[in-house]
Design a protein around this ligand. Structure first.
Ligand code: 13P
Length: 348
């Protein structure tokens, strides 16, 4: 199966009332782990690469691996997504490679660090939407600013610094025509999100619900949504790691989000932890081993387990065969003739 439009994946998820995990990749083993999990749970899936990942793996290696994943798993709808594009140029180059979806994160300036103005964000996102939709490619925008830093991208600081304003979210969706909207509700990238189990004072599910009420048809995106489970932290520390105790986004809060318009859930840190724990275990228990397969295989298996669990928890499990993928050319026609709406429904 060729790579599928992320818009189609999210539209189908909205129809079915479930969320779709978007998992970050840097290498072959991570891609394989995701595909093993998708196959086992019969899940449609979003695979995403940050700018850092594209640099680390080199564009062509990474993209060819995704194409291999699609060819080897024809029964699984896969969307390939640029995570946190910092500029029109980053998004354009991803589209040229064949990515079926891009995020234009105009919440930050091109340096990927400094918060931008609302007008700057609208302008660059709108430009990416025009370019991408003409080519059948999906666009995710961001309004409000996430906390933390991921792969060198991010404003840093707390997730509470730039919470999304629901009125701005409405105006942003109307003026840009994005297919999916990332909002800031107190989460941040990385392992250190919360110093205790988050409650409503730090994880603003009320803001998410308010935005969904105003934009009932807009696909919302939760970034920084690793749950950072204690058992994964413990394995890393048991075998010589030095993680400070930390809390992520509880799965039940993500499930509440899914009931309120969240269709894409970004997860990276949980997989990093699973991989690191598995590798540390082999190194600690079998220091005589030096064949990379001896530790990469358990690492891949550990990531697969986390991904499969999230696929089940987000509800995408069992939905791989629900629909026939529409070609990217057909999607482009839909944007052009208006049958694929880019005007959000706004409730007063
Ligand atoms: P985590 O660090 O919580 O996994 O978030 C990943 C993410 O949002 C990628 O854009």
């Amino acid at each position: 199966m060729p790579l599928v439009s992320m818009r189609q994946l999210l539209d189908e998820a909205a129809k079915g009332g479930y969320g779709v995990g978007a998992f970050n990749v840097n290498d072959m083993e991570q891609i394989q782990a995701i595909m093993m999990a998708a196959k086992e749970t019969k899940s449609p899936v979003i695979v995403q690469a940050s700018r850092g990942a594209r640099q680390f793996a080199e564009d062509l290696y990474l993209f060819r691996l995704i194409q291999a994943a699609a060819e080897l798993n024809p029964e699984i709808p896969i969307a390939m997504h640029q995570d946190h594009g910092n500029s029109f140029e980053t998004c354009r180059s991803a589209i040229e490679l064949g990515y079926t979806s891009v995020m234009m994160d105009g919440s930050l300036k091109e340096d990927g660090k400094t918060p931008s103005t609302f007008e700057e964000n609208v302008e660059v996102t709108r430009r990416v939407v025009d370019y991408a939709h003409e080519r059948g490619v999906t666009v995710e925008g961001e309004i409000g600013v996430l906390g933390g830093v991921e792969d060198g991208h991010g404003a840093g600081g707390s997730g509470l610094d730039h919470i999304t304003d629901p009125d701005q979210a409405v105006e942003f969706a109307e003026r840009t025509g994005v297919d999916a909207l990332a909002i800031a509700i107190g989460t941040s990238h990385g392992a250190y999100k919360f110093t205790k189990k988050p409650d409503g004072s730090v994880l603003k599910m009320d803001v998410l619900i308010a935005i969904h009420k105003r934009l009932p048809n807009t696909h919302l995106v939760m970034h920084g949504s690793s749950s950072v489970p204690k058992d994964l932290q413990d394995i890393v520390n048991q075998y010589g790691g030095k993680l400070k105790q930390t809390w992520g986004v509880p799965v039940e809060e993500i499930q509440l989000g899914i009931k309120n318009g969240v269709r894409k859930i970004n997860v990276d840190t949980d997989n990093r932890l699973a991989i690191t724990g598995a590798i540390r275990k082999v190194f600690a228990e079998s220091p005589e081993k030096f064949d990379p397969r001896d530790y990469l295989k358990p690492a891949r298996e550990a990531m697969k387990k986390v991904v499969a669990q999230r696929m089940t928890e987000f509800g995408q499990a069992g939905h791989a065969g629900d629909y026939k993928p529409v070609s990217i050319e057909q999607i482009a026609k839909g944007y052009k003739d208006g049958s694929l709406s880019t005007r959000p429904l706004v409730a007063k």
